[in-house]
Design a binder for this molecule. Structure first.
Ligand code: SF4
Length: 221
């Protein structure tokens, strides 16, 4: 059984695959926050701006089998275009690795999907995922120390109040086995200041590139 908040087609808005036609499949639930406002101040991750509670979004629901979910994802893709190549599905959440398993990966491979995940890095993924984006959260135990891209949001202010603290964390990430390193400004009332901080650090530590949330400026879902 898979519990899905929503499934929709869009262009990927962040990271190396920004601009790429994708099916987004958002799993319900996360291991770093319940998703309920009443629990936010006690949560490990307190800055989340995503609704991953329940299964009432567009295309959401409970899916009894991997083949049923894979078929639904494939239908969403086909509604967007008829291409049988470059099929791309992004699993997000919530935390996708609470539910994404080998059965679902295999079912999607039968439809020739490339499979991407956006994970907080606290769970080791099953094999067969084509693109792994890890977004570490301060205060959680990062277990996934390799992948395709790492995307760190700055500042995660309950723990990292200044640039020195942030750079200390970045130095640790820089030792890990990722192909691409991204800094993303925390989207909040302080976005301008956060962006300026991220740009300053990218200039000083050029292994890092600025990740912008293009889907927001383009008004994509
Ligand atoms: S880890 Fe990701 S999905 Fe979970 S609460 Fe934090 S930002 Fe939201």
């Amino acid at each position: 059984m898979y519990t899905i908040k929503e499934i929709f087609t869009t262009l990927q808005g962040e990271g190396t695959h920004a601009g790429r036609a994708s099916v987004f499949c958002r799993f319900t639930g996360c291991n770093l926050w319940s998703g309920l406002e009443k629990d936010r101040l006690e949560a490990i991750c307190q800055f989340c701006d995503t609704d991953f509670v329940g299964y009432d979004g567009i295309g959401g629901g409970k899916f009894n089998s991997a083949s049923e979910l894979a078929n639904t994802i494939n239908e969403k893709w086909a509604l967007m275009n008829k291409s049988v190549s470059n099929k791309y599905v992004v699993f997000t959440g919530g935390e996708p690795l609470l539910q994404l398993d080998t059965s679902l990966i295999n079912a999607l491979k039968l439809y020739q999907f490339e499979i991407a995940i956006e994970t907080n890095g606290t769970i080791i993924p099953p094999p067969g995922i084509d693109w792994i984006c890890v977004s570490p959260k301060d205060g959680s135990k990062l277990l996934l120390l390799q992948g395709d891209e790492i995307k760190y949001v700055v500042p995660q202010k309950q723990f990292s109040l200044n640039k020195t603290d942030i750079v200390k964390r970045l130095k640790r990430f820089e030792q890990m086995n990722f192909k691409h390193f991204y800094l993303q400004a925390m989207d909040s009332v302080n976005l301008k200041e956060n962006l300026s901080l991220a740009i300053t650090i990218c200039k000083e530590r050029p292994i890092w590139r600025l990740s912008t949330q293009q889907h927001k400026s383009l008004n994509l879902p």
